[in-house]
Design a binder for this molecule. Structure first.
Ligand code: SF4
Ligand code: SF4
Length: 110
């Protein structure tokens, strides 16, 4: 989910938070004050946002709302850097949107 702007399409989407495994070096969570209960250890070095490692129906536990309607990241200020890598309208964005039956966005839509 990309950064907040006026008329941000991410606020009516959330697909990338319910598609990719959002992983990061384990110490990033504590450094940002991200509650440990919202993360899942993958191996001795990496953790991920809890819920995003589900092979069938991944969805970050920090995502509030309904994908494709209205969503909000409940830990927006503490979210991992990996969350900022998906930009509205890029390839990853549109792959995630397609999984949820949402139409593609043009690059730089946010
Ligand atoms: S899939 Fe794209 S539009 Fe949807 S929340 Fe992620 S970056 Fe935003
Ligand atoms: S932490 Fe927030 S932005 Fe990142 S995957 Fe979870 S809900 Fe999405």
């Amino acid at each position: 989910m990309s950064t907040s702007t006026e008329r941000n399409p991410c606020l009516a989407c959330g697909a990338c938070c319910a598609h990719f495994r959002v992983s990061f070096y384990w110490s990033e969570a504590s450094a940002k004050g991200l509650p440990e209960s919202l993360t899942e250890q993958i191996n001795p070095f990496f953790a991920c946002m809890a819920g995003t490692n589900d092979p069938v129906a991944p969805r970050c536990v920090a995502l509030g709302g309904t994908v494709g309607a209205q969503v909000a990241c409940t830990v927006y200020e503490q979210r991992p850097e990996a969350c900022k890598e998906v930009e509205a309208g890029d390839d990853k964005c549109n792959r995630a949107r397609a999984r949820h039956g949402l139409p593609p966005l043009a690059p730089s839509a946010a």
